[in-house]
Design a protein around this ligand. Sequence first.
Ligand SMILES: NC(=O)c1ccc[n+]([C@@H]2O[C@H](COP(=O)([O-])OP(=O)(O)OC[C@H]3O[C@@H](n4cnc5c(N)ncnc54)[C@H](OP(=O)(O)O)[C@@H]3O)[C@@H](O)[C@H]2O)c1
Length: 317
Amino acid sequence: MDRRQLGASDIWVSPLGLGTWAMGATVETWGHVDDRESIAAIHQAIDSGINLIDTAPIYGLGHSEEVVGKAIQGRRDDLVIATKCGLLFPTEKGKEPARCLSKDSVIRECEQSLRRLGTDVIDLYQCHWPDPDTPIRETFEAFSLLRKQGKIRAVGVSNFGCERISAATEFGPIHSLQPPFSMLHPRTAEDLIPYCKEHNIAVLPYGPLAKGLLTGKFGPESTFEDIRARDPEFVGNRYQRNLMIVDSLAEIATAYEKTVTQLVLNWTMNFPGVTAPLVGAKRPSQVEEHVGAIGWNISSTDMTKIDTILGGSQGDA
Ligand SMILES: NC(=O)c1ccc[n+]([C@@H]2O[C@H](COP(=O)([O-])OP(=O)(O)OC[C@H]3O[C@@H](n4cnc5c(N)ncnc54)[C@H](OP(=O)(O)O)[C@@H]3O)[C@@H](O)[C@H]2O)c1
């Protein structure tokens, strides 16, 4: 599998990364999840040549990182482990996590993540969300210290806009951005992706399958009880419109003997300026399907057809 450079760092990643949010989640968030299947999915990804694994402390309040830690034991060397900081565990059930990117907190979180991941170094350490109450200079003091200590290799941000990225780069390098981006949420392509391309910042889009909606496995009668029940893409007319989009994409995919999931991931990973989409999975069979998205090209005629199909969804980010 080929490798793409992570911005100006010396790190090279596969054209798809494995996202592990669902692997740490509760039933209310992502439905049934089984640690053994999660670990098998991570092994499937590694065995297939995927080297980028994304996690975060907040995914299952440390559980996702622990699952990743178990899965990578004995296989750590060639992997790019990405985790995050800046969302504190809620003090009460049901409360939103507080944002905190203060120097002390970032350093403390890093130590905890290293322990849960069972590793000496985090390859990519990312601010999960901006913290408007902490000067970004302070956060970057922590990153600079952690890099000097060899505890992190590269620095990323997630859910930052162009202005915030620009302000942050005054205090240290930013190697990657993790924004939402998918066929159903293309707005990132208007400003953030071109900005990152111009400034040599890697783009690792999250949610490329729109929480599974773009896999084609749902139909008009599907009902949702997990996180999808609270997502407007899964409700009412918007949901029906999304199903029509998926049907049209499936026709194109069939001509390549590919699934709609594979067409969608291929489109996302080859979008100009994208480095590696982070795609979630809960079991090895899903990863196996993802890997079939790599190593072929969508023709320019079909790219035009896809643009037309997505025409109605522009600007929904
Ligand atoms: N930085 C941030 O704020 C942020 C936010 C969101 C996500 N992320 C990162 O991005 C990653 C990916 O995003 P995501 O997990 O939200 O969404 P996603 O990749 O669009 O969707 C993943 C979900 O779709 C379903 N799925 C995946 N492959 C499938 C297949 N081949 N066939 C059928 N169903 C399949 C699985 O759920 P079911 O089996 O339950 O259907 C899976 O958990 C996360 O894991 C996380 O690492 C970051």
